[in-house]
Design a protein around this ligand. Structure first.
Ligand code: BG6
Length: 481
């Protein structure tokens, strides 16, 4: 299957930091379909060879195991091309169209790795230039909108040029191996389905914790905040994967229809429930791994009086027969105690305990980061002991060890899916708009709340109010349990 893969924003951060290394891994693993061309498009004048050298130099910043040898890079570089484009000039799109027409590749994937404010102009111009034929797909990176109205506007413009099945919205969390494993666990095994419901599950916790602060992204982050940056997309997408009904097939729309139903079933927030069930925080100076780190307000390009949240914890419910009354807790934050992304499914206690200490005994932990695996926590009797007390043990599946040579990074998987036209892991516009609709009452309540975010020390697990939020239901976050 021949392909042309075009990166708008070809010299930008996303392209050299994530996309080129991911493509190179796919190339190295022999997964990139043969007969492909990769074209980077950007503002400056450069030759193909200058661009190849530019990307080569940037590979130095990639983790060592993923760096190409000179020989490997020479072969990979043959695929790379460069083209100068002024994104406001219709004739430049006409030139790009001629470039793709030269070869009539089976598939043309246009990846918009630019600043999102350029998406409307690029999509409009692509449509006008006729770069929207049935063999063309356009890939859109987040952030897709700042609120519901702006997300709808972007979708309206995209839809004017492309059919829904041609527009691939990336949520890179869906590309993580753990999400594949979650689908396999739930729908490839009969074991868990009978337990996957309110009768057996006490609560579900999704934690996306980062040790890093905002780094040099202070200005853009300050206009975004943790709710828009992580909850509206990544955390909600994981929630849909956990809570969805078994789809009728593995088709993209069968899966996305079920995810949409979950988003529609989420309990809507009111100003009162935002005050009770949502905690926002902002990090202050603290220490991480023994190193002092500054507070958010002292980060570069952050306004000194910023009210931007760097932490969110919230409680919600999925209002349907399967999940009625089961709390779903979502939590994310920067400068937390560890880089740790996981989903914890806490099962109910035994109905009639005959052993002491059986509270919260069983949980399934789906680990996304730093390593990728599954842990099933059980209680067992320690052999030879007369103690009545049972001992926690866990069945531990470390996928990195189980399938050492087959691990695929999130962007590698998503790029290969985009080339192959597999849409399962891309977000449909109705899902995305529904997710925005759900976070809007939180944004609105915060905008009129004089209190602002609660401070927390860098290196902690966030404001104490986040623990109180789960303690109210008699629960605790995984690290406190
Ligand atoms: C991005 C956010 O979507 O995800 C960043 O914009 C965040 O703020 C990043 O750091 C986290 O991704 P990962 O894969 O490193 O957990």
């Amino acid at each position: 299957m021949s392909f042309d893969l075009v990166f708008f924003g070809g010299t930008g951060d996303l392209t050299w930091r994530k996309l080129m290394p991911a493509l190179f891994q796919a190339f190295r693993h022999g997964k990139l379909p043969p007969g492909g061309r990769i074209l980077a498009v950007a503002r400056d004048e450069r030759s193909d060879d200058e661009y190849r050298a530019y990307i080569r130099a940037r590979f130095a910043g990639v983790e060592e195991a993923k760096q190409p040898t000179d020989d490997e890079y020479a072969r990979f570089a043959e695929l790379l091309h460069y083209r100068r484009m002024d994104l406001s000039q219709p004739e430049h799109y006409a030139g790009l169209k001629r470039w793709t027409d030269e070869r009539q590749a089976a598939t043309v994937v246009l990846f918009l790795a630019t600043s999102p404010h350029l998406f409307p102009v690029i999509c409009e111009q692509l449509g006008r230039a006729g770069l929207n034929g049935s063999n063309v797909r356009v890939v859109l990176e987040k952030p897709l909108g700042h609120d519901l109205a702006s997300a709808r506007e972007i979708n309206r413009i995209v839809r004017a040029a492309f059919a829904e099945s041609q527009a691939l919205r990336i949520d890179h969390y869906l590309g993580k191996s753990a999400v594949q494993n979650l689908m396999a666990l739930r729908f490839g095994n009969a074991l868990f389905e009978p337990l996957w419901r309110r009768e057996s599950i006490a609560n579900i916790q999704i934690t996306l914790a980062e040790g890093l602060g905002v780094g040099t992204r202070g200005d853009t982050y300050d206009r975004t905040g943790a709710l828009r940056d992580m909850i509206q997309n990544h955390a909600l997408q994981l929630l849909t994967m956990i809570a969805m009904e078994p789809p009728s097939s593995s088709d993209a729309d069968a899966i996305r229809d079920e995810k949409l139903k979950v988003l529609k079933s989420l309990k809507a927030f009111t100003p009162e429930t935002v005050a009770r069930d949502v905690v926002r925080g902002q990090y202050r100076a603290g220490a991480l791994n023994g190193q002092a780190v500054p507070g958010y307000l002292d980060e570069v390009k952050v306004p000194p009086d910023s009210r931007c949240e760097t932490f969110v914890a919230l409680r919600t419910e999925v209002q349907n027969w399967r999940w009625a009354g089961v709390p779903f807790y979502l939590r994310t934050g920067k400068r937390l105690a560890a880089r740790d992304a996981q989903i914890v499914v806490n099962f109910r206690d035994v109905p009639h305990p005959i052993f002491p200490g059986t509270h919260c005994a069983n949980k399934l932990v789906i680990k996304l980061q730093p390593e990728d695996g599954l842990e099933l926590h059980l209680l067992a009797a320690k052999g030879g002991s007369n103690d009545e007390r049972l001992t926690p043990v866990s069945l531990d599946l470390d996928f990195d060890k189980a399938f050492p040579s087959q691990r695929v990074g999130a962007y590698e998987r998503l790029l290969l899916d985009a080339l192959a036209g597999r849409l399962n892991l891309f977000v449909r516009s109705d899902e995305q708009e529904r997710a925005w609709a759900w976070v809007m009452p939180i944004l609105e309540a915060w905008s009129v709340d004089p209190a602002g975010p609660r401070p927390y020390a860098a290196g902690s697990w966030g404001p104490a109010a986040a623990s109180a939020l789960v303690a109210r239901d008699g629960c605790a976050w995984a690290e406190e349990a």
